[in-house]
Design a protein around this ligand. Structure first.
Ligand SMILES: Cc1cc2nc3c(=O)[nH]c(=O)nc-3n(C[C@H](O)[C@H](O)[C@H](O)COP(=O)(O)OP(=O)(O)OC[C@H]3O[C@@H](n4cnc5c(N)ncnc54)[C@H](O)[C@@H]3O)c2cc1C
Length: 463
């Protein structure tokens, strides 16, 4: 039986990073993935496909130019699903190629099979051909990710009712779309299709969407969605979804019903733990298939078996998953790392983008810290004028006593890139004076940081 220093189950962001990190430490590594191609949800059904779709839609629809040329402007008049899928396949092929090359360069072995624990030091492998084998390991990482949550009363049929993985298999653009779920995935797909001028209804049973984001940012985002004709139904649960020959019908608990050609059900995900044999080794998962770990080391209840990525739950991002994989691998091989930074950014690739780092105004208020806020609208920047941007803003929150930046929140063009300035300042302990005293490139959207800094500084006074 073959034996490895590290066996990684799942080749998504956490598995990939853990595998390469282990190899860089001179260890023997095997990555096992049951998928036909390496890369996980991130490459094949999640992050990269949805972001590629978004980029293609924004380019072909001429979305970014509409501030100048009006809402009717389009780069390509009749956008087909073929236009969207072509770029998707090219991007995914490239991602897989880069990943394979990275494994090759670092002598990480990979294998297509389904893995199942048979002891705390061995897994059995079931290949697609039906062939079975076993490998032994000193350490293992469970990085099996999640799949869309599919309640039994939802009639998924890939004709009228889709989950988020299946949306990539659409054979034509829907005439109308209903999205159920106001989380990141639901909001991203709803706004991407709306940018294609597909009439979209977004349904969220709770009273608001994206509840981890600063309220002012979410309110502005909801305003922008409604302003372009999207219908948003908040605060009413879904009672029934019916798939009819020509349409789907969603009935809400408050009696209203919505008809559309297609429904995307995007309300939650479940950990891929059912076939892992966790009970054999004594690791428990909760009802949603999530495994608990030590948040510092990512060890499960079995010390040489680690878990990282979406299978451990919050925050379930590709970005954080990668870092968890690296930290787990370092811990497994005795490498001590400095304590992790205070905060990490969230990127929501809706149209428009939202990005946020640090504390929201609600969190700061709850903590009792006295604070001041500085705001800059993108239309106040010269770069915004050049780009024809008439929406979007940046909000910075500073502590009054230390003058330190506590939170940065952005809705608008380039938010997911711009946020890293805020992230650096927060994690390096920077204050409002950084923004006031430093020169920013001109004309840029980043200049909004200077404007928001000055806005707060004017009210806070000099130190
Ligand atoms: C639509 C969508 C959009 C997203 N957008 C973003 C974004 O913009 N930014 C961001 O940071 N994150 C985003 N995410 C989240 C991101 O995709 C996940 O956080 C990330 O993929 C989780 O990585 P992971 O390491 O848990 O592995 P995953 O990517 O979930 O991959 C797990 C792998 O494990 C394999 N596997 C499962 N069970 C077994 C088994 N028993 N044996 C062998 N192999 C197995 C699977 O085949 C799969 O390949 C998005 C997710 C979705 C669904």
């Amino acid at each position: 039986m073959q034996e490895f220093d590290m066996v990684v189950i799942g080749s998504g962001p956490s598995g990939r990073r853990a595998a390469v990190q282990s190899a860089k430490l001179g260890k023997t590594v095997l990555v096992i993935d049951k998928g036909r191609r390496l890369g996980g949800v991130s490459v094949h059904t999640g992050t990269i496909p949805s972001k590629t779709l978004r980029e293609t839609v924004l380019n072909l629809s001429g979305w970014r130019e509409r501030g100048f040329y009006g809402r009717g402007y389009r780069v390509k008049q009749d956008i087909s699903i073929g236009d969207l899928v072509q770029r998707l396949h090219k991007t995914l092929d490239h991602e897989v190629e880069v990943l394979q090359h990275q494994f090759m360069r670092n002598t990480v072995k990979s294998l297509q099979a389904e893995a199942r624990f048979i002891s705390p030091n061995a897994v059995s492998l079931l290949a697609e051909s039906g062939e079975r084998s076993e490998v032994r390991f000193a350490n293992a990482l469970i990085s099996v990710g999640t799949r869309p949550h599919r309640p039994e009363n939802v009639p998924f049929d890939k004709r009228r009712v889709f989950d988020s993985d299946e949306m990539l298999e659409l054979d034509h653009l829907p005439r109308t779309l209903t999205v159920i779920g106001g989380g990141v995935i639901g909001v991203e797909y709803a706004t991407i299709f709306s940018a294609l001028d597909v009439p979209v209804t977004l349904i969220e049973p709770r009273n608001s969407i994206l509840d981890f984001v600063d309220r002012e940012i979410v309110d502005d985002f909801i305003h922008q969605m409604r302003d372009r004709g999207m219908i948003i139904r908040l605060g009413s649960a879904v009672k029934e979804i019916a798939s009819k020959p020509d349409w789907a019908e969603v009935t809400l608990a408050d009696g209203r019903s919505i008809r559309s050609e297609i429904v995307l059900y995007a309300a939650g995900r479940t950990g891929n733990v059912a076939s892992l044999g966790l009970d054999t080794v004594g690791i428990e998962a909760d009802a949603r298939g999530r495994i608990s770990v030590d948040p510092q080391t990512f060890q499960t209840s079995v010390p040489n078996i680690y878990a990282a990525g979406d299978v451990i739950g919050f925050p379930s991002l590709a970005s954080t998953s990668m870092e968890q994989g690296r930290v787990a691998a370092c811990h497994a091989f005795g490498v001590t790392l400095p304590p992790p930074p205070e905060t990490f950014p969230y990127g929501i690739y809706a149209v428009p983008e939202i990005s946020t780092v640090g504390q929201s105004e609600e969190q700061v208020r709850e903590s009792g810290v006295a604070y001041e806020v500085g705001v800059a609208r993108f239309r106040e920047t010269s770069r915004g004028h050049i780009m024809g941007v008439n929406t979007g803003f940046l909000k910075l929150i500073f502590a009054l006593d230390t003058r330190r930046l506590l939170g940065a929140h952005i809705v608008g063009e380039g938010a997911t890139e711009l946020i890293h300035i805020g992230q650096a300042v927060i994690n390096l302990g920077g204050t409002v004076d950084f923004f006031v005293n430093n020169t920013f490139n001109y004309p840029t959207l980043a200049e909004a940081y200077k404007i928001a800094g000055l806005d707060a500084w004017n009210r806070m006074g000099q130190s």
